[in-house]
Design a protein around this ligand. Structure first.
Ligand SMILES: C[S@@+](CC[C@H](N)C(=O)[O-])C[C@H]1O[C@@H](n2cnc3c(N)ncnc32)[C@H](O)[C@@H]1O
Length: 182
């Protein structure tokens, strides 16, 4: 496995993917997949109809590909990687049943200024591609920005928010459900 700045540890990635209650029917997407911690944990958990990783950085996707191969068990062959902006994912409306994202915290990866534009737009596009009732699990250290972005986005209902301790900081894991259309 190769290191990537801001990569999640496997224990947190595994816990997040389990919060999505995986099933073999999942059409799963890992937005901002980076080197693939969440994607690998989900693929290793069991079958899915589709497993997709999306990131806008070619270097991150190259690492993700290498890590999928290193993980073995044929995981690399089961996963599709897409280079794209998480604010405009090239995926059809309502097509995804389970989503997760380790959004840039704005410290090691990205900046708070960039996050001000990224978070609301990425959450809005995630709601567009999510099927009714789909779950989205997000980890972020931008607590206020997440609260503001979710308050302005009727597409997501908060199921649960947990503050965790991770490498000396206290990010939050958000478990969300795609709200029914009004
Ligand atoms: C915190 S890192 C993800 C780390 C990942 N969980 C791992 O284990 O390696 C955030 C990722 O978001 C990606 N990213 C930032 N802005 C993006 C955007 N607008 N669209 C897609 N990906 C983006 C970065 O390239 C980076 O790989």
């Amino acid at each position: 496995m190769q290191n990537y700045p801001g990569a999640l540890n496997a224990a947190v990635a595994s816990a997040m993917t389990r919060l999505l209650q995986p099933t073999g029917r999942d059409v799963f997407v890992n937005l901002c997949c980076g080197s693939g911690s969440l994607l690998i944990e989900r693929a290793a958990h069991g079958p899915a109809a589709r497993l997709i990783g999306l990131d806008n950085a070619p270097a991150a996707l190259a690492l993700c590909r290498a890590n999928l191969r290193a993980a073995g068990s044929g995981l690399a062959a089961r996963v599709e990687l897409i280079q794209a902006d998480a604010r405009e994912a090239p995926l059809p409306d309502g097509s995804i049943t389970a989503l997760c994202a380790d959004l840039p915290f704005g410290q090691q990866v990205g900046s708070h200024a960039a996050n001000l534009a990224l978070y609301p737009a990425a959450l809005a596009d995630a709601a567009r591609i999510a099927a009714p009732g789909a779950r989205l699990c997000v980890i972020s250290h931008e607590a206020r920005l997440m609260a503001d972005s979710l308050a302005r986005n009727p597409g997501w209902e908060l199921i649960e928010e947990r503050r965790i301790s991770l490498n000396g900081i206290f990010p939050r894991i958000y478990l969300l459900r795609r709200a029914p259309a009004r």
